[in-house]
Design a protein around this ligand. Structure first.
Ligand code: APR
Length: 249
């Protein structure tokens, strides 16, 4: 595929390439995305993932979130996650900046991962801030403790960024974006602010914007390269093209 070879060339011509990922990189791992044809927000209201709803109805919040947590704990990284981890080991990708809360990049071996929207794998008490492994929290819920409470009596919440809350490490992520001269966007609708500033900043600073996505995004027209396809097929193909170019040099 010519586009895959072009993506490999753009990455190898860069000195500080990063990856920016969204839910589309994890759909092949069995985790639904949000705005695709089978997206979560096509079936549920995003209100369920807001800080206001958590405060108003923590029981209802956890009924929704525990269902999502269970699907995450059964998920494994797919070929796209592993390919990004290998591109990092080769020094081609310097960071993965992700909107995902599924922990699959780290599970696949990526080391430098910035989780802008937090992680579902951990939770914490809203009163004393004691941290919990979210699997322990699910066990509390299985014992009928809804909402799950800390030993201090406080309500426990997942360590994710809910709608209405500030995004984690956005300044750090944007500082890295300022340094980057290429960004490989994988599986994001690029519709959620401020996360979507990351690829914008790379492009505005003269960096290359490569988008791998099943559907159109608002940034396609500004991209140096758009590859319409499945992340789990395209990203491993880009890795193979990088390896071929490196071995031929
Ligand atoms: N390969 C490539 N692209 C895919 C695949 C796939 N296998 N599966 C889905 N996609 C595409 C969809 O077409 C969609 O355009 O991935 C994109 C995912 O977009 P969203 O569902 O909007 O997910 P994301 O961009 O990560 O959303 C950002 O919104 O709800 C909040 O906090 C949530 O982190 C999330 C944020």
């Amino acid at each position: 595929m010519l586009e895959v070879k072009k993506a490999a060339e753009l990455l190898l011509d860069s000195t500080f390439a990063i990856a920016f990922t969204g839910a589309g990189i994890s759909t092949a791992s069995g985790i639904p995305d949000f705005r695709g044809p089978q997206g979560l927000w096509k079936r549920y209201s995003p209100e369920l993932a807001s800080i206001d709803y958590f405060r108003k109805d923590p029981k209802g919040f956890w009924e929704f979130y525990s269902f999502r947590m269970r699907s995450l704990f059964n998920a494994e990284p797919n070929r796209a996650h592993y390919a990004l981890a290998e591109l990092e080991r080769m020094g081609v990708i310097k960071y993965v900046i992700t909107q995902n809360i599924d922990g699959l990049h780290r599970k696949a071996g990526s080391m430098r991962v910035i989780e802008l929207h937090g992680t579902m794998l951990e939770s914490y008490c809203t009163s004393c801030f004691k941290r919990y492994d979210s699997r322990e929290v699910l066990k509390m819920i299985d014992r009928g403790e809804l909402p799950p409470r800390c030993s201090c009596g406080g309500i426990i919440r997942p360590d994710v960024v809910l709608f209405g809350e500030p995004v984690k490490d956005i300044e750090y992520a944007l500082t890295i974006a300022q340094e980057s001269d290429a960004v490989l966007v994988v599986g994001s609708s690029l519709t959620v602010y401020p996360a979507n500033l990351v690829p914008q900043v790379v492009k505005q600073n003269g960096g290359k914007l490569i988008i791998v996505n099943l559907e159109e995004t608002p940034m396609d027209d500004f991209a140096d390269l758009v590859i319409r396809g499945k992340a789990e097929e395209i990203v491993p193909a880009i890795l193979d093209a990088v390896k071929e170019l490196v071995s031929n040099n």
